[in-house]
Design a protein around this ligand. Structure first.
Ligand code: SAH
Length: 219
C-alpha cells in the first residue's frame, strides 16, 4: 500500500474514532485504541474501500454485511472484556469484529456458516498477525462443538431468542451481547449470568442480518 493511501485511511480512521465513536459516547479506552489501529479497509471489498470508515454497515460476500463501526464499538464495550477472557463469537463475517475481540482477549472462538467468509476472515487476520483465534464453519446457533464454557459470548447476527445452547456455554459471571428480536429489527441485549440466571439489560434498537440455523431463522 502506498504512503498516500495509507495516510488517507489513517485520517479517516481518526475521524471515525473521534466523531462516530467518542462523539457518541464510546468511552472505553482499550476499545478506542484497538479501533484506532485496526485497518478496517482490509475487511471490505475493493469497491467499498473508499467507504471503509463511513458511518454505516457495508455489503460483504455471501449477501452479508460488515457492521457499522459504532455498533462494533458499542457491543465490544458492553462485553466488558478482560485480557484473560475466552470469547465465543457467532457470525465471523469478514472478521473485523473478531479482530477487535482478539486484540482485547486471550482467545476468540468464532463460528461462521459460510466457509467462504470464514476463509476470508482467517486470511485477513493472518495478514495482521492475529493468531489467538480459532475459526469454525458451522451453525453457531448450536454453540461451540466442544462441551465447554466461555467467559464471554458475542452474537453478531439476529436471533429470535437466545437459545439454551448458548446460555449453557456462557460461564458463571459471564457476559453475552446479542441482537434479539424479529428478522426486521432487534433489541441489542446484554446478559450477565449470575447463579445460572440471565440478568438482561437493553442497550439499543438495531438491525442485523439474521442467524440462519436450528435456533435462528429460516433461510
Ligand atoms: N461480525 C461481523 C458482522 C457479521 S454479519 C463484522 O465484524 O462486521 C453476521 C454473520 O453471521 C454473517 O456472516 C452470517 O453469515 C453469519 N451467520 C448467520 N447465521 C449463522 C449461523 N447459524 N452460524 C454462524 N454464523 C452465522
Amino acid at each position: 500500500m502506498g504512503d498516500i493511501e495509507h495516510n488517507k485511511y489513517s485520517t479517516e480512521r481518526l475521524r471515525m474514532v473521534n466523531y462516530d465513536l467518542k462523539g457518541r459516547g464510546i468511552a472505553d479506552v482499550r476499545v478506542l485504541d484497538v479501533m484506532s489501529e485496526l485497518p478496517r479497509e482490509m475487511f471490505v471489498e475493493q469497491q467499498y474501500k473508499s467507504r471503509a470508515y463511513s458511518d454505516g454497515p457495508l455489503p460483504i460476500q455471501c449477501n452479508q454485511t460488515i457492521s457499522q463501526p459504532y455498533i462494533v464499538a458499542l457491543m465490544t464495550e458492553n462485553l466488558n472484556i478482560t485480557p484473560e477472557c475466552e470469547i465465543l463469537e457467532i457470525g465471523t463475517g469478514c472478521g473485523y469484529q473478531t479482530a477487535v475481540l482478539a486484540k482485547l482477549a486471550k482467545k476468540v472462538y468464532t463460528i461462521e456458516r459460510f466457509k467462504e467468509l470464514s476463509n476470508a476472515a482467517k486470511k485477513a487476520l493472518g495478514q495482521l498477525n492475529i493468531t489467538n483465534v480459532e475459526f469454525y464453519t458451522d451453525d453457531g446457533s448450536c454453540g461451540w462443538f466442544e462441551n465447554r464454557t466461555f467467559q464471554r459470548v458475542m452474537v453478531t447476527a439476529a436471533l429470535p431468542k437466545v437459545p439454551d445452547s448458548l446460555i449453557n456455554q456462557l460461564a458463571e459471571d459471564g457476559v453475552m451481547v446479542a441482537p434479539v428480536g424479529s428478522e426486521g429489527t432487534q433489541r441489542l441485549m446484554k446478559y450477565h449470568k449470575l447463579e445460572g440466571k440471565m440478568i438482561e439489560t437493553f442497550i439499543c434498537d438495531v438491525r442485523f442480518v439474521k442467524v440462519v440455523g436450528q435456533h435462528g431463522f429460516k433461510e
